[in-house]
Write a protein that binds this ligand. Structure first.
Ligand code: DGY
Length: 322
């Protein structure tokens, strides 16, 4: 029996590419360049399965390609806002993702950003590297203490809860949250977390606000001018979710003119472009979408994609249907 043909839109860690090759006929995007719509369409026409990721825009036009051979889109990543799920459904192409395996590392990176922002670590590093550090002094680069402060979490799913766990047990932060569904009582008790009935109720109560909701149309500019103005004076906004959840222009104004004390961003509208004004703001820490970027997690993500492919080609139920 011929092995199904699989196309990876971006390079994976070598160990999981090798594992995948042992089971399937695998084609790689050898030089790992971001694929154009034309290339994505060609892939949908040429392979039994396509494994896209967040840098691929698989919209209705791409999915409307003539005579696709592709029978499954096995996404490498948990977020699927880059795939038009309705169009995929209309085309009869199931979509899977990789939940769970990136929860801990994404939460770790959220705390990294929170601490870097509060403690002005980006500014400090630039100073040392720039050779302009003049030595210790009592008033040098004073930041905000994190312990005992309030953290508001918007989207209390797997990653939101993992962030809350670290912040509460590790840093003694008080947790407020907004989530679309009620949480299990034991989770609320474990984190001594206070539910808020709305985002507008949460914002003025928090020194730090961290976003953990999905991207896509539904949450487009969920954090806009009005909501930013509801935040506490000197509060910090952390975004490791998706860029489009925050209105970037409004964020820039809120950092420059208040009320925000700063922001920590791992994701952007129109990645990999970063708004030039953000680059000028010392109070903003900028990372290049590193949430899940550890060897362990990226390998686990590859294995999770494989589990979905294996189930699909064995006619079994999919472990992670979206
Ligand atoms: C995810 O899995 O959603 C990460 O942001 C990488 O795509």
């Amino acid at each position: 029996m011929t092995r199904p043909s699989i196309f990876l839109t971006r390079r994976w860690p070598a160990s999981v590419e090798t594992e995948l090759r042992q089971r399937y006929h695998v084609t790689l995007n050898e030089d790992d360049h971001p694929l154009s719509a034309r290339e994505l369409k060609a892939a949908l026409q040429a392979y039994d399965a396509v494994c896209p990721t967040v840098s691929d825009r698989i919209d209705a036009e791409v999915l409307g390609v003539e005579s696709p051979r592709c029978r499954i889109l096995a996404n490498y990543g948990v977020g699927v806002n880059h795939i038009d799920l309705d169009a995929a459904k209309r085309r009869g192409i199931p979509v899977t993702n990789t939940p769970d395996v990136l929860t801990g590392c994404t939460a770790d990176l959220t705390l990294t950003l929170l601490l870097m922002t509060a403690r002005r670590a980006g500014e400090g590093e630039r100073e040392v590297r720039g050779g302009v550090w003049t030595g210790w002094r009592p008033t040098h680069l004073l930041g905000s203490r994190v312990s005992g402060k309030t953290l508001g979490i918007i989207g209390m799913g797997r990653i939101g809860q993992a962030v809350a766990r670290r912040a509460y047990h590790g840093f003694g932060m008080r947790i407020f949250y907004y989530h679309t569904h009620p949480l299990p009582a034991e989770t609320v008790v474990e984190l001594a977390a206070t539910p808020c009935a709305s985002i507008d109720e949460l914002l003025p109560r928090c020194d730090f606000v961290s976003l953990h909701c999905p991207g896509g149309e539904k949450n487009f500019h969920l954090i806009d001018t009005e909501r930013l103005q509801r935040m506490r004076p000197g509060a910090f906004l952390i975004n490791t979710a998706r860029g489009e959840v925050v209105d970037t222009e409004a964020l820039i104004v809120a950092v420059k003119q208040g009320p925000l004390g700063g922001a920590g961003l791992d994701v952007y509208e129109n990645e990999p472009q970063v708004h030039p004004e953000l680059l000028k703001l010392d109070q903003v820490v900028l990372l290049p979408h590193l949430g899940s970027a550890t060897v362990e997690t990226r390998e686990a993500m590859g294995r999770r994609v494989m589990a979905n492919l294996d189930a699909f080609f064995a006619d079994q139920s999919l472990p992670d249907p979206v």
